[in-house]
Design a protein around this ligand. Structure first.
Ligand SMILES: [Zn+2]
Length: 240
């Protein structure tokens, strides 16, 4: 780390991991009008929410909860069959007003701090690259953060998370059956029914997938590029 994480905000909102090993890293945005407001809320015992780290827009990193403790950042969530991932994850809150208060690009200096912090976390914990996720990946119906402006592609180039490298045309199967799409999304990690039914829930999962892995077109419709990107991810994950 360029600078040690600041310790001047400490959250009382944490519990025991109950011996569960850390295997996930979850990215959030704060979704509040200022970084200070978010820090105050994450440290307010009445709010019952927290995260291990907060990264300000100027790149300052705050450590609120020890990594050895369970912070309360994910809520009702699931990834790769694990329900409620707080006990097995580290949560990073990235300061941004979010979709509710004026969503804006994450400054380079902030992204550099996120990359550096994440690389440090990954170097000290056994976290598979496919388990570096967005809050929206693990709670697709409730959450949109950190959202489509978060640069996952650049982050992956810094060794944090996976990015599917495929041509824009893609090589996916145009006539994929819905059930097969659901199977593959579930195989990669998403909580999705495998029933061949194009329901609201499945559409939300497709949007979460797009928000992370095809952010320039969050259509909620499956297409050949999405298919290609998911294939690429599954291939990358098999080696990660
Ligand atoms: Zn979140």
């Amino acid at each position: 780390m360029r600078l040690p994480a600041r310790q001047d905000f400490q959250s009382p909102n944490f519990g025991s991991r109950g011996g569960a090993p850390i295997s996930m890293l979850v990215m959030h945005y704060t979704g509040m009008q200022s970084g200070k407001a978010a820090l105050d809320r994450l440290c307010d015992a009445a709010a019952q929410v927290s995260a291990h780290y907060v990264v300000e827009e100027d790149g300052a990193v705050y450590s609120l909860v020890s990594e050895s403790d369970c912070a309360w950042h994910a809520g009702v969530s699931a990834w790769r069959g694990n329900q409620g991932v707080n006990k097995i994850s580290i949560g990073i809150e990235i300061v941004n007003p979010g979709h509710e208060w004026g969503y804006r690009p994450f400054p380079d200096i902030q992204m550099e701090a996120v990359a550096e912090l994440s690389a440090d976390i990954l170097s000290r914990n056994s976290i598979p690259m496919r388990n570096v996720v967005a809050h929206s990946d693990i709670a697709p119906v409730r959450k949109e953060d950190p959202g489509e402006l978060f640069n996952w592609q650049w982050l992956a180039s810094q060794g944090v998370g996976l990015w599917p490298e495929v041509g824009d045309q893609g090589t996916g199967d145009r006539d994929q059956e819905l059930q097969e799409i659901q199977e593959k999304l579930a195989y990669y990690g998403y909580e999705v029914p495998v029933n061949g039914v194009w329901d609201e829930y499945t559409k939300k999962v497709v949007m979460a997938f797009q928000r992370h892995f095809r952010p320039n077109n969050i259509s909620g419709e499956w297409d050949v590029e999405c298919a290609s990107r998911l294939e690429s991810l599954i291939l990358l994950a098999s080696g990660a």
